[in-house]
Design a protein around this ligand. Structure first.
Ligand code: NDP
Length: 367
């Protein structure tokens, strides 16, 4: 029977399921509640709950119970079909999450029951209560990292880490400027700058409680927090109060990105990793000729694929895990929502005016 079932296994976002007609009483399957989309489109329309029959692990497979799964802007864009990497349909959303291994196949070497795991590949499909995976598609992480922090380990901390390491050789005291300073990535950039002794200038949108936000970000480690308007008029660098930035990180685009770029010192690099304002990045000719600025881009997905087995990737996860354990890194503000109420998250994640200030996380055990 096992052989027969294996041949009929379906793959939905890498988790291994069996067709419902085979899931009769004495078969080795467990039920999992799964969010699924069969076509790309607006999440509120195309997402639906389904009950999967997940095959119990054999050979190199492990069964994972998902605990928390965050919702990132990229998850929404993936469901919409607007993200460059498209999982085959039908697909289960969710690129990040933390789970617990609850069963292992006989030949699994790297994991055991009770281990905490995060995805080791893109598009694992974590918006489900349980899934059966090949063991190498999961990465064991120390239990001492908080569950929330672990659930967000793969995307935002790694993005902040790589952008600070890979484009400019930064020394202690060097300045990094960024927009979207209160974004999840932005807050991790601030904290890593503090750990590595870099000066951090964070640009945020103005709002009624701006002084509150400024003190929050300064408490995290930002040296200065400026609104877009204040950035335009600042003499922080002209007056030599602070060294001109060597690195600029841009997740906004448009006029905001241009103002950030203008603050870079000669030979500086601007790295674009998001386009929240949905406006292009423009670069003045003079910035290229007279300041020799470089304009680069970064995509974590591509970096992870290219460096899947690289030493740098393992070292990055080890260092980030250690910093979270030592409480030198903290998760950005978040709100945990029961999996069964995912609609609240989808509606808020689609609000284009932003200003939510929290990262949404699905609690997979409340389903
Ligand atoms: P968050 O949802 O935590 O934050 C979004 C940020 O964007 C907020 O700071 C918000 O500011 C700001 N924002 C939204 N609209 C505008 C606008 N029109 N003008 C100025 N600021 C705006 O997002 P994440 O930290 O998870 O992601 C941030 C960006 O980085 C996203 O675009 C995401 O897709 C991208 N990203 C890219 C990665 C890559 O590998 N390239 C990896 C991870 C993230 P406010 O508080 O004022 O609303």
């Amino acid at each position: 029977m096992a052989v027969q079932v294996s041949r009929l296994v379906m793959k939905s976002s890498r988790s291994i399921c069996v067709p419902r007609f085979l899931a009769f009483r004495n078969m080795s399957v467990v039920s999992a509640k799964t969010l699924l989309y069969k076509e790309y489109g607006e999440p509120a329309k195309v997402l639906e709950f389904s009950t999967d029959q997940v095959i119990k692990p054999e050979g190199n497979q492990v069964l994972v119970k998902w605990l928390l799964s965050p919702v990132n802007p990229a998850d929404i864009n993936t469901i919409q079909g607007k993200y460059p990497s498209k999982p085959p349909l039908p697909a289960v959303p969710g690129n990040e999450g933390v789970g617990e291994v609850i069963e292992v196949g006989s030949s699994v070497q790297n994991l055991k029951i009770g281990d905490r795991v995060v995805p080791n590949v893109n598009h694992l499909g974590t918006w489900r209560t349980q899934g059966s995976y090949n063991s190498e598609d999961l990465m064991k992480i120390p239990k001492e990292i908080g569950t929330v922090e672990a659930s967000m380990l793969n995307v935002n901390p790694c993005t902040a880490f790589r952008m600070l390491k890979d484009f400019v050789s930064l020394k202690p005291g060097d300045t990094v400027i960024q927009n979207g300073g209160n974004s999840a990535v932005g807050q991790l950039v601030i904290q890593l700058c503090k750990v590595w002794n870099h000066t951090n200038i964070s640009v945020v949108r103005d709002r009624p409680q701006i002084s509150e936000l400024k003190s929050q970000l300064k408490k995290l480690g930002a040296t200065e927090v400026l609104t877009e308007e204040e950035l335009r008029k600042t003499d922080l660098f002209k007056s030599k109060k602070l060294p001109q930035p060597k690195l600029a990180l841009n997740c906004v685009g448009g006029q905001n990105a241009l103002e950030v770029l203008r603050q870079l010192g000669s030979g500086g690099v601007m790295v674009t990793y998001g386009g929240m304002a949905r406006e292009p990045v423009t670069v003045p000719t003079s910035a290229l000729i007279f300041k020799d600025l470089s304009v680069r881009g970064f995509w974590m997905t591509a970096w992870s694929k290219k460096n899947h087995n690289a030493k740098e990737r393992t070292e990055m996860f080890e260092e980030l895990a250690k910093l979270f354990q030592e409480k030198k890194l903290h998760a950005p503000p978040y709100k945990i929502v029961p999996f069964s109420e995912y609609q609240e998250v989808i509606v808020n994640a689609l609000r284009i005016d932003g200003k939510q200030g929290v990262k949404y996380i699905l609690d997979m055990e409340k389903n």
